[in-house]
Design a protein around this ligand. Structure first.
Ligand code: SME
Length: 301
């Protein structure tokens, strides 16, 4: 039996397209949730006086995906600290929220909200509320980005690429337990899909980071704790985004072509076991979207 959850994530064109890409989602419908007038039109909701949020009804097969996983992925598609604004769209109709019609999913969803709060270090403004009402949107809004592939989307395109990559990697890693083999496959898939200049792992071994599986030009073998971007991410146990390596004191230049970098710690049972390091030949390649999705990828490891 399929179940439903309702997600307000900003403009419903992009949010519907995002959920359509999730394995285990069987059907989606854009619409208007938790407002005050019956059967509102887009134009009415657009006035921002009806209380409605642009929302996507997501029908999913619970034997293929859990409500918690849906919420986790949803959080990687929104800015949970932005009140009544997502991307270029602002107004209460663009607030973010998770609405449920079956309270039995609440404990699992609350866990994801708590995990989100730990990750961002603040209370998200995203609502978690019972669904009061939902009216499907007009036909022209359904499957909008399939019908209009060049149409407006408030989400960066990298979100859709990362979603595919994350799900494919999850399937690939099933059944292989060797950590180096898993890192090797992860580096290869990220490099193939995202075409970064250098993508690889440094493993924590005897108090050092030691070069692990990677794709790209030869790199330095060892990095000390707290040194360079990699050693800093290890020491601070957090993702470090460097938009211009020349401005990062202590950056270790394995290649003079590298201009920006992101390093994500791989944490297992509270211990940093490795870091994922990605370099780009352009300045400013990485942002919060890369950080969130690469952290999800490192969680698979
Ligand atoms: N730049 C990294 C060293 C590793 S290479 O980028 C592959 C750092 O500063 O830690």
């Amino acid at each position: 039996m399929n179940k439903s959850l309702f997600f307000a994530g900003g403009c419903f064109w992009g949010t519907e397209h995002f959920f359509k890409g999730i394995d285990g989602v069987v059907q989606t419908a854009p619409g208007y949730a938790n407002g005050s007038v019956d059967d509102p039109s887009y134009e009415q909701v657009y006035t921002d006086t009806t209380g409605y949020a642009e929302t996507v009804k997501v029908d999913y097969n619970p034997s293929r995906i859990s409500p918690g996983k849906l919420v986790k992925l949803f959080f990687a598609s929104i800015d949970p600290l932005s009140l009544n604004r997502q991307g270029h769209d602002c107004g209460t109709r663009y607030r973010t929220g998770v609405y449920y019609d079956d309270p039995s999913v609440l404990p699992e969803i609350r866990k994801e909200f708590a995990a989100l709060e730990r990750r961002i270090g603040a209370k998200p403004v995203t609502e978690l509320l019972p669904l009061q009402n939902f009216w499907p949107a007009e036909e022209r809004h359904r499957d909008y980005l399939d019908k209009n592939p060049e149409g407006y989307c408030h989400l960066p395109l990298s979100v859709f690429r990362y979603l595919r990559l994350y799900q494919d990697l999850g399937l690939m890693l099933e059944g292989e337990s060797d950590p180096v083999a898993r890192q090797a496959q992860t580096a290869a898939l990220i490099a193939e899909r995202m075409k970064f200049f250098w993508t690889g792992f440094y493993r924590v071994m005897n108090g050092h980071l030691v070069l692990g599986p990677f794709q790209g030009p030869p790199a330095c073998f060892r990095i000390a704790y707290g040194k360079g971007v990699c050693g800093t991410a290890w020491e601070q146990r957090r993702t470090v985004v460097v938009s211009d390596v020349e401005k990062f004191p202590g950056h270790i230049a394995c290649s003079s072509l590298s201009r920006s970098e992101i390093v994500v710690p791989v944490i297992r049972d509270g211990v940093v076991t490795a870091v994922l390091d990605i370099d780009s030949t352009s300045v400013g390649t990485f942002d919060g979207t890369d950080a969130v999705w690469l952290e999800l990828i490192c969680d698979l490891l």
